[in-house]
Structure formats: structure tokens, C-alpha cells
Design a protein around this ligand. Structure first.
Ligand SMILES: NC(=O)c1ccc[n+]([C@@H]2O[C@H](COP(=O)([O-])OP(=O)(O)OC[C@H]3O[C@@H](n4cnc5c(N)ncnc54)[C@H](O)[C@@H]3O)[C@@H](O)[C@H]2O)c1
Ligand SMILES: [Zn+2]
Ligand SMILES: [Zn+2]
Length: 392
């Protein structure tokens, strides 16, 4: 079958690889009809994750038709149309029982490595390195889905793939980020990053009763989407100082809730901390560039909340802990507990409250996947979200 495989920094290939088979009785094999490229994949593409191996199959936002199920699978059957969460969860451990699905402590096959680097293991993830289990990903014609009775969301309606695909990741991610931000009705919410995740943070913030949403980025078409589709006020961080502008817009108080939808690869406009990150990461003394996290802590109003859906991978320096502590801020973060949210969000799509397909700018066959990684990373051709069709 065809699949997108990782071969090093900026090197993704479309290759012929063996088709997956049922390994455990709780597995299913899904024939993938649509699959997307996520901002999280860019951290792998940019070589930020040392736990990738040449030939690893990428992708964690897939959906398709169940082709085969193992003997123990009861909830889904051959022919079902399913959206697959990016998290692999067992459904039975203490964390799954508490609906902390991305923290499942039984699905990471390399849990010892995770324990050494993070103190604990977290869940296995599709297509996301050997630190999270080394599972083959969903940018492929077929995917093996472990614990198939737990994750997959069955789609009974005839909504097109494009409207339900993002229930695998970025819509629940934006939703959980807004929930983690603890938005009270009327709050001013600032969202750093107008990529696909930021766009769903904006949508979710409104659905949770925000009074005002301010979105920050420097890519014109992403800011335009935040304004037009997201009804957000915007700040271009290349044109104005974010702190000064946010204080001006909020009468000096600062936003109540700040969402970092950027993560480890933040860009900046030559601020001192950015130069420091550049030097430190080049010397391999820091893995992440936490510029946005620092800025959010400085901008957030005292007593406010910082929500971090943006992915960080290792260690970052010069986080202003003094400001964080003395301003009495709260921080919440995490990989999304997708199955906690996907059903209720599907209902919102079915009712017409939201049509998640608004973020899609490119739909291509899987052969064009390698080019699309570059186009998406470099924000060329107005690219905001790519959907791949593995069988076209
Ligand atoms: N927590 C989760 O479960 C989860 C799920 C999906 C994605 N993510 C993460 O969310 C983040 C965003 O994902 P995406 O798909 O939208 O990625 P993306 O790369 O398309 O978007 C990131 C955006 O941040 C902007 N940006 C860069 N520096 C900035 C700065 N200093 N200030 C404001 N904006 C800045 C970029 O221009 C870009 O538009 C990534 O870190 C991704 O790994 C997390
Ligand atoms: Zn993702
Ligand atoms: Zn579990």
C-alpha cells in the first residue's frame, strides 16, 4: 500500500509498504478515505523529535471504512465508517476510566523511555515517534487500529469526510484548549497562532461564551480567516508589539484567558528571548522555543488562565515563573483526550452549528503528500490545512 514515511528532517516520502494486519484480537484494520497533515507533524518534519526512525509511517488524523476486525472487537464492524482519534487508549486503565485518554498508561509500547524523559508514560499515539509507542500512522491507505472498541467514532450520517475528519484531532483540541482556558461568559480570550488549531480555539471560545476573541499571528491569510470566519480581532506580531497592543485593547488589564496554540516552534521578531532560544537550540542546550508561552504569561491579566494546546517536546528556558506565580495564574495543558469530546462535537456538526471544513485549503492525492508537507510548513500557496485522499 502507499504511505507517507519519515526519513529525516524535511524528508517525507510516499512509499510502497506492507499492508497492516490484525495483530491482537482487539485490533481493526481501516481503509483510509481521508487523512490530514497536522501542525504536530511539522515538529517531526522539522526534526524536533529525536525518537523518529527512518521509514516510520506518519499521520494521526485519519478516517475511513472498517475493513476487518479482530475476534474480540464488539462495538464496530466491517463496513462501519469511522473517525480515528490520534490517541490510542485502552479504555480500562485508571486514566482511561477518568477520561484522561491521552494519559492512558497501557498503550505506549515504549513506556520506559517515556518514563525516563517525562517521569511517567503517556498514551500511545498514531504516527508520532517511538516515544509514544512507535505505532504506524494514518497517512496511508490502510491503518491498524489497536483497542478498536475504544477510540473510533462511528459516523452514521452521510456528512462528507471533510466535515467530520477533524473530530480525530484539531476540533476536539481547540475545544479542550478553550475548556482548559476556563472561559467565563464575557471573557476576553487571546489566541496565539491562527493555524488550524488556533482557528478551532477561536470557534470554541465563542461557543463557550467569550465576550471578545483576539487572535495573534503574522500570516495574512490565517489572520484573515480568524477575522472573517472567526469574527476575531487580530494582531500581526510582525507589525506591532503584542504586549503593548493587548494592553491597549484591554484598557491595561490584559486578556482574561490566553491560549498558546503555537507550541515549540514559535517565531518572533528579533526579541532578545528569541535570539537566546536560537542560540540555545543550535547548541542543543534547549529543545523548544517557548517565546509564546513567555509572552502569554506576561500578557495575561493577574488571576487569569493560560491554556497550552501547542505542543512542547523537551525543555525550554527563561519561562518567567516569577510573573506566573506572583500574578496568580493558572496553567492547563495536554494532548487532547479526544474520545471525551468527539461525540458531543459530532452532534454540533450534525446540527449545523459548525462546519469544520472551513479550514481546508488543499485536497490532494497521497503522492503529493511530500510536497504538501513543505507547502504547509512554509505557508506557501495560502495553505492552512491539507487533506490527503490515499486512493486518488
Ligand atoms: N494538544 C494537542 O492535542 C494538539 C493537537 C493538535 C495540534 N497541537 C499543536 O498545536 C499547535 C498548532 O497546530 P496547527 O496545526 O495549528 O499548526 P500550524 O503550524 O499550522 O500553526 C501554528 C501557527 O502559529 C503561528 N505562530 C508562530 N509563531 C507565532 C508567534 N510568535 N505568535 C503568534 N503566532 C505564531 C504560525 O504562523 C502558524 O500560523 C502545534 O504545536 C501542534 O503540535 C496540539
Ligand atoms: Zn495533530
Ligand atoms: Zn488506558
Amino acid at each position: 500500500m502507499k504511505a507517507l514515511t519519515w526519513h529525516g528532517r524535511s524528508d517525507v516520502r510516499c512509499e510502497n509498504v506492507p499492508e497492516p494486519t490484525i495483530v491482537d484480537p482487539t485490533d481493526a484494520i481501516v481503509r483510509i478515505t481521508s487523512t490530514a497533515i497536522c501542525g504536530s507533524d511539522l515538529h517531526l518534519y522539522d526534526g524536533f523529535n529525536p525518537f523518529m526512525e527512518a521509514g516510520d509511517i506518519l499521520g494521526h488524523e485519519p478516517m475511513g471504512i472498517v475493513e476487518e476486525v479482530g475476534s474480540a472487537v464488539k462495538r464496530i464492524k466491517k463496513g462501519d465508517r469511522v473517525v480515528i482519534p490520534f490517541t490510542i487508549s485502552c479504555g480500562a486503565c485508571w486514566f482511561c476510566q477518568a477520561t484522561l485518554y491521552s494519559l492512558c498508561d497501557t498503550t505506549n509500547r515504549n513506556s520506559e523511555v517515556a518514563r525516563k524523559t517525562m517521569g511517567h508514560t503517556t498514551a500511545g499515539l498514531f504516527g508520532y515517534s517511538h516515544l509514544t509507542g512507535g505505532y504506524a500512522g494514518g497517512q496511508a491507505q490502510y491503518l491498524r487500529v489497536p483497542y478498536a472498541d475504544v477510540g473510533p467514532l462511528v459516523i452514521d450520517s452521510d456528512l462528507p469526510d471533510e466535515q467530520v475528519l477533524f473530530l480525530s484531532d484539531i476540533f476536539p483540541t481547540g475545544w479542550m484548549a478553550a475548556e482548559n482556558a476556563e472561559i467565563a461568559p464575557g471573557d476576553t480570550v487571546a489566541v496565539w497562532g491562527c493555524g488550524p488549531v488556533g482557528q478551532f480555539c477561536i470557534q470554541s471560545a465563542w461557543m463557550m461564551g467569550a465576550g471578545r476573541v483576539i487572535a495573534i499571528d503574522n500570516v495574512p491569510e490565517r489572520l484573515a480567516m480568524a477575522e472573517k470566519h472567526g469574527r476575531a480581532e487580530t494582531i500581526n506580531f510582525k507589525e506591532v508589539g503584542v504586549y503593548d497592543r493587548l494592553m491597549e485593547m484591554t484598557g491595561g488589564r490584559g486578556p482574561d484567558r490566553c491560549i498558546d496554540a503555537v507550541g515549540a516552534e514559535a517565531h518572533s521578531t528579533g526579541s532578545l528571548d528569541a535570539l537566546y532560544d536560537k542560540a540555545k537550540t543550535m547548541l542543543m542546550q534547549e529543545t523548544d522555543r517557548p517565546h509564546v508561552l513567555r509572552e502569554a504569561i506576561m500578557c495575561c491579566r493577574p488571576g487569569g488562565t493560560i491554556s497550552v494546546p501547542g505542543v512542547y517536546l523537551g525543555v525550554g528556558d527563561k519561562i518567567p515563573l516569577g510573573a506566573f506565580m506572583n500574578k496568580g495564574l493558572t496553567m492547563k495543558t495536554g494532548q487532547t483526550h479526544v474520545p471525551r469530546y468527539h461525540e458531543q462535537l459530532l452532534r454540533r456538526v450534525e446540527s449545523g452549528e459548525i462546519d469544520p471544513s472551513f479550514v481546508i485549503t488543499h485536497t490532494v492525492g497521497i503522492d503529493q503528500g511530500p510536497d504538501m508537507y513543505k507547502t504547509f510548513r512554509d505557508k506557501e500557496d495560502g495553505c492552512i490545512k491539507v487533506v490527503l485522499k490515499p486512493w486518488d
